[in-house]
Design a protein around this ligand. Structure first.
Ligand SMILES: [Zn+2]
Ligand SMILES: [Zn+2]
Length: 251
């Protein structure tokens, strides 16, 4: 039997320099519980280093955590990459790290990149500059994500900054994607009206892109699945056996 599972596929932790210090695993999970989220994607900029703490903290969370990374490509496009397990996400991070510029973060100018444990205690800081473009094209990242058996979703496509349409002007015809993400800045109706071609061609998700807890007060995307698992989410993107993404503007 298929059931609807509320989802928010795009939340940052305090590892992202632009995210608030409060974005630690226990707070994120409590907020997800309050919002009734059953599928939670966690994706920091170009790094997976807080995912082990996130996954550890989620023991007891009644839902699915999708370990992800929001990669910034050479074209300054943000793309969301999710993996079936923490292990694969960490391997993918190693690949991305090989392609980041060898620069250090400037915490005073860009913000701190906190590493935390499952309780949210700071255990260190990532010194590598995460707010940077990897030396990889959108296509190269997509290809790698598919090689890793992951899920590939261009992020906040309607945004002029770091959205694929804003940066490239279009979504390349032959690009393989599982879905396309719109940000919380646009309503479902407005996005449908402005981008009918995208809605006709791709599954669409709306995510909070939360950088602070109050941004997580957001729920528009539901997955119709048998159970919240990585494979079932993939099946929903393919429309397999009635599984699908359901969009709602009100909750
Ligand atoms: Zn982004
Ligand atoms: Zn983001």
């Amino acid at each position: 039997m298929l059931k609807e599972f509320p989802a928010d596929l795009h939340v940052h932790t305090c590892l992202s320099p632009c995210a608030e210090d409060e974005m630690v695993p226990p707070n994120i999970l409590n907020m997800a519980r309050l919002m009734g989220i059953k599928i939670l994607g966690v994706a920091d900029h170009n790094s997976a280093k807080n995912l082990p703490a996130m996954v550890e903290a989620s023991c007891g969370f009644d839902g699915l955590i999708l370990p992800g990374i929001e990669v910034q490509t050479r074209e300054e496009v943000h793309v969301l990459c999710y993996f079936e397990s923490l292990k694969v996400a960490m391997e993918f991070q190693d690949f991305i790290y090989e392609h980041l510029p060898p620069k250090k973060n400037d915490p005073r100018r860009l913000g701190r990149q906190y590493l935390v444990d499952k309780m949210g205690n700071v255990t260190g800081e990532e010194e590598r500059l995460l707010i940077a473009s990897a030396d990889l094209s959108v296509d190269e990242v997509a290809e790698k994500v598919f090689d890793f058996g992951g899920i590939f979703i261009p992020a906040h496509v309607e945004r002029m900054s770091f959205g694929i349409i804003g940066q490239l002007g279009f979504i390349p015809e032959d690009m393989k994607v599982h879905a396309v993400e719109f940000s919380k800045n646009v309503s479902v109706d407005e996005a449908r009206y402005r981008f009918p071609d995208i809605f006709a061609k791709y599954p669409v998700v709306f995510s909070s892109d939360a950088h602070c807890l109050k941004d997580m007060v957001f729920k528009k995307t539901y997955f119709l699945l048998e159970e919240p698992t990585f494979e079932e989410v993939k099946r929903a993107f393919k429309g397999w056996g009635g599984r699908m993404v359901v969009l709602k503007d009100k909750f």
